[in-house]
Structure formats: C-alpha cells, structure tokens
Design a protein around this ligand. Structure first.
Ligand SMILES: [Zn+2]
Length: 501
C-alpha cells in the first residue's frame, strides 16, 4: 500500500500517515455554529475534508473510516439570533443545519459517518467536566467551571507557544473568577433568557471547547487519527480541546492535526464578522455547484484561496474542457473490425502513455498532502490530448486499443470518485450552465433557439451573410455557437456572467 503524507500542525512538518488501527480510521472535524447561512469559507472546509475522507476510504476501505463532524447548536450567536426573531433556539438551529446540509450536498460532499449536536451530549459533557475537576485540572467558581491551564504543562504545544507567550499575544476573555488569564470556561452559569441544562455546579451550559473533546471521544475514540478544522481554530479552540482531553486520559488526543486555509477577499479572510462573505446559496444561484467545487479544489488546501469572479470564470471554462473530454471518454468503445492507419495508431499509443502518466501523477499528488491542484493538472495533461484527438476517438477503436480505453475511463473514474468532479453527464452540466447564465444575463433561451433555427435555415440556403450576422449578434450578447455534425449547440460565455457580478 502506498502511503499518504499529511502536514501535521502539531509538529509543523509533513508526516507519513499511519492510523492507529487501519480497520478503524477516525477523523473528527469541527463543524459549523448554526446561526446563519453557510458561506464560501464553510464550503471550503467541507470540500477539503470531503476529499481527505474520500482518499482515506479508498486506501483503507469505505467501512474502515469514521468521519465525525459536529454541529454547534448552543452558542451566544445562536441565542442572540433566536431572541432577535422571538423563536426557540431549536428553530434557528434546525433551519441552519438544513441550510448547511443542502449546501454541502449540492457541492458533492459525502455525508460524514455521524454529525452529532452539542445538545445531544449534555450529560457526557458534565461527566467529562467532573472528571477534570476530580483530576485537579478544573475548578468551580461562582456557578462556573474553569480549566486550570497550570495543571497541563504541555499547554501551547499545538500553537507552538509557551503559556507566557500566549498570555501576552492572544486575545483572551477576561473574567475576575479565573485564577489565571489563560484559564477558560468549561461550564457557564445560567443567565436569564438563555437555555440551560442541569449540572452539579448549578444550571448552565457548556463552554465552546469542551463540546468537541466530548463529541470526538464519544463518537470517535479517545485517541483520534486525524483532527481537522480551519486554521483559525488552532488557538484557542484546538489547544483547549487537547488540554481538556489529555488532562483526563493522559494519552494523545489526536495524532495528526490538519488545518485548512482561509478563503480571502482582497487579501482579507472571508468571515461573517468582517461582512465580506458570499453565501453558498447566493453563489449557487449564479454558478453550477461543480464550478464552486472546482474553484475550491484549484488551490492547495493549506494556502489561502483568493475569491474573485475571474476564478469562477476560469473554473467554469476548465469544466467545459473536462466535460467535453468526459463525454468522449464515456462513449469510447472498441470493435473487432475497426481499423486505424499507422499514423493514427501511433497517436493513440502516445495518448495511452500520457493517460498512464496522468493516473500515476494524480494518485501521487492526492497522497502528497492532498495536492488537488497538481492532481487536476495531471488530469488536464490527458484531457488536452483527448480533446486534440477527438476526431480519432469518436468512432470505435480497434480492439488492440482496449487498454487505452480502460486507462482513460479509469482516470475519469478517479476524477469522479476522488474529487467528485464531472459526476453528472456533460449534457446536464451544459444545460445547467446555460440555464443559470441566461437567467443571470436576462436572456431568453427560446429566443436563442429560434435564432439558431433561423441561422440553420440561412445556411441551408447558403446565405452566409445572414448566418454570420445571426452568429455575431448572439456573440455580442455572450452566446457562443458551436457547429457539430449533430447540429449547432450554444453556450453562454462565462466572462459575460462574471461581468455582472
Ligand atoms: Zn471544535
């Protein structure tokens, strides 16, 4: 079995991934706080860890990988939103869990093995806090319970800072009840107008960090193989998760810490608090889901991803080429009586060599810390050659070329299974694109079809001037025509749609 290498934030280095038990690989990823519609930053995390989930499943087997992603369904922001609307917090969380699931489903992400919610594990949380108190790592103060950072000498190991460093450089919530500024809340006392749960320290609700430690150990294992999340969670969230877990279990909480980079707009992180975000729903009303997915995979997951409409244009155009080749590859077949000239046979042999190379590079790139950009580049090596040899590939190939057909179909299958790109038919993708694009540009598809029919009639009458006029008029509104043996097809130029953003 070839190895997977992952960048482990804990050691700040690339490491060979070795699961504790290859028959039960456990990955926990911090999920969203559900109080608003998901934005592109949420989509990036979902898609990145979906690709890792798919890779782990391929290497260890579909049933050997347990992927846990939580929903934070109790939080200040959720409570504020519920109060604002005069509804129960469940009404808010139900709405935004549904919105999140709709978005990530549309983006082609597999559902995690389990998606627990904080409110489902309240008793386990109070049990865990009690264990921390019993272990001398937490203390009660005025109906609250705080983690005592001085009781965990390794505090700071994930962010690679000492406790003293963290006190002076990080933004820390002040609270006079804390013994030390770095101590953090495990349990918060109930406040009027807020939901509360019973506990040995009085009614209240858990702090944010404890929920992930508990859900990861309850639904996963006391030692996870992989813990993931966005870069911004390293401190304090993940640092605190480690402290809370290891102060009780005395063994490693997560062996590989994997963090994805931000989506940025004008070099700033896309976030709800900065107000510079695009919701997934808004983007999906204008661009195919495959375009968004392609865009999110076009950069390495640890790099920042700069969002701009040009990126979506490029992604859509790349998908045009991919789907064009996929349609050809899906139709490929061999026949005993098919023949080719020597020159054609040579060109097909060359294509086979390129396809073989693409398959190898694709696989190596994904195993090398999920290098999706390089994996896509490898696919395009073959796509370019397939599109260039389209005329050679439309008729059945000689049976001697069966291996070529197999390789091309294998590469396409890997693109579909490992990256979830080109999953539908080319015809459906182009139809979806034209529908979204004409709506965005205020064009009437029936009118476009009518003009194409008129142009076809003009061409039959050899009225080339009229035919060219119609083509030029359509092109000036962003509609490009392509004549093929099966008739004329049309496609809206993505540049025109981006111009409207
Ligand atoms: Zn978390």
């Amino acid at each position: 079995m070839q190895e997977i290498r992952l960048y482990n934030t804990l050691h700040r280095t690339l490491e060979t991934f070795e699961p504790l038990d290859p028959e039960q690989v456990v990955m926990y990823v911090c999920g969203p706080t559900v109080y608003d519609d998901p934005h592109l930053g949420h989509a990036r995390a979902a898609v990145v860890f979906d690709v890792l989930f798919r890779l782990l499943r391929r290497v260890y087997g579909d049933h050997a990988v347990r992927y846990i992603r939580n929903y934070t369904d109790v939080d200040d922001k959720i409570i504020a939103r519920a109060n604002e609307r005069g509804v129960a917090i469940e009404a808010i969380t139900r709405q935004y869990i549904a919105a999140y699931e709709e978005a990530v489903d549309a983006l082609g992400c597999l559902r995690p093995t389990v998606s627990p919610r904080v409110t489902e594990v309240m008793e386990r949380i109070t049990d865990w806090i009690q264990q921390l108190i019993d272990a001398g790592a937490a203390y009660e103060a005025g109906g609250c319970v705080f983690f005592d950072v001085s009781a965990f000498p390794e505090y700071g190991k994930l962010s690679n800072r000492t406790a003293d460093d963290l006190v002076t450089t990080q933004r820390i919530e002040p609270d006079p009840r804390k013994r030390s500024p770095l101590d953090f809340a495990l349990w918060k006392e109930a406040r009027p107008g807020e939901p509360e749960w019973p506990s040995p320290w009085g009614p209240g609700r858990p702090g944010w960090h404890i929920e992930c430690t508990v859900m990861a150990t309850v639904y996963g294992r006391e030692t996870l193989d992989i813990h993931g999340g966005g870069l911004d969670l390293i401190f304090p969230h993940h640092e605190n998760e480690i402290a809370q877990c290891e102060a009780v279990t005395h063994h490693t909480f997560a062996r590989y810490w994997v963090h994805n980079g931000f989506v940025r707009i004008n070099a700033e992180k896309m976030s709800k608090s900065l107000g510079n975000f695009f919701t997934v729903g808004d983007l999906l009303s204008r661009w195919p889901a495959q375009t968004l997915r392609y865009f999110l995979l076009s950069a390495h997951y640890r790099s920042p991803l700069d969002f701009h409409p040009g990126g979506l244009v490029e992604s859509t155009k790349a998908l045009f080429r991919l789907y064009g080749a996929a349609a050809l590859i899906d139709r490929l077949q061999t026949a005993p009586d098919a023949e080719r000239t020597t020159k054609q046979t040579h060109r097909l042999a060359e294509l086979e060599r390129i396809a073989k190379q693409s398959i190898e590079t694709f696989d190596a790139a994904l195993r090398d810390d999920l290098n999706t950009a390089r994996a896509l580049g490898a696919v395009f090596e073959t796509v370019r050659e397939v599109n260039r040899r389209a005329a050679l590939l439309t008729d059945p190939l000689p049976t001697a070329q069966a291996e070529l057909v197999e390789r091309l179909q294998f590469l396409l299958a890997r693109l579909r299974d490992d990256l979830a790109l080109c999953t539908g038919s080319a015809a459906d993708f182009f139809a979806e694109w034209n529908q979204l694009a004409t709506a965005a540009l205020g064009l009437d598809p029936d009118e476009i079809n009518r003009q194409i029919a008129e142009r076809t009639a003009a061409r039959q009458q050899r009225d080339w001037a009229r035919s060219d006029d119609i083509r030029d008029a359509l092109a000036s509104s962003g509609v490009l025509l392509e004549d093929s043996p099966d008739g004329t097809i049309w496609r809206v130029d993505p540049e025109y749609v981006a111009g409207r953003d």
